[in-house]
Design a protein around this ligand. Structure first.
Ligand code: DX5
Ligand code: ZN
Length: 212
């Protein structure tokens, strides 16, 4: 099973994103993971629509937008218009997951649902038929560079057994050359990694090591 690598731009050099994007392209990245935070759903603020719009102009990588925001439904159209290919929202941030999943699909994008470390995988079973991706957070969302929470990885096989074939299972948080193997052996097939890649001396090689 091939693994989709989605480097998280959060740990890239914001003064020269293009430089870092070219390196992950060389390293074989398939997607670019873009972390959007609002200071409400998580205690941090990061980047928004204009960055996605600019990045869209310089790369053909799939733009994987991870919304860690309240009221994510309000931002589906702006991010779709800016060039996102996939929008993942947090289950904990919405009242009706079906509504935002439909909205994302109406825009012609793939839809992902994400759960924080304290959310049980069973809570999202009703939506597994409708989504394209499930993002299992392996740290509390909000910051790059945190340690992988091993207990979260046990959710991967539970989701895999209950999701239709073809639903991508992505992990995000504390992914490095060791934790990536734990996750893929349990059934994850998309890896998000920020600090492991962008804080490495050799970004190209770090990408290759993750999917090897
Ligand atoms: C954290 C973000 C992650 C973050 C991962 O809330 O969702 O995508 O960039 O960073 P690392 O790989 O450093 O844990
Ligand atoms: Zn993320």
């Amino acid at each position: 099973m091939s693994v989709i690598l989605s480097p998280s731009l959060l740990s890239a050099n914001f003064a020269n994103l293009e430089h870092d994007i070219r390196l992950v392209e060389q390293g074989g990245a398939d997607w670019l993971h873009i972390d959007v935070m609002d200071g409400h759903f998580v205690p941090n603020i990061t980047i928004g629509v204009p960055v996605v719009k600019s990045v869209r102009k310089i790369t053909n990588l799939v733009l994987d937008v991870h919304l860690m925001i309240d009221n994510p439904q309000n931002f589906v159209q702006p991010f779709a218009k800016a060039g996102a290919d996939l929008i993942t929202f947090h289950y904990e941030a919405v009242e009706n997951p079906e509504d935002i999943i439909s909205l994302i699909h109406q825009e012609g994008l793939k839809a992902g649902i994400s759960i924080k470390p304290n959310t049980m995988p069973e809570e999202i079973f009703p939506y597994l038929q409708d989504v394209d991706l499930v993002l299992v957070m392996t740290v509390e969302p909000g910051f790059g560079g945190q340690n992988f929470i091993h207990d979260c990885a046990s959710k991967i096989p539970i989701i895999k057994e209950n999701a239709p074939n073809g639903v991508i299972i992505q992990v995000d948080g504390g992914i490095n050359n060791v934790t990536s193997k734990i996750c893929t052996s349990l059934g994850a097939n998309s890896l998000v990694a920020g600090s492991y890649i962008f804080e490495s001396k050799n970004i190209v090689e770090a990408c290759r090591l993750l999917v090897k």
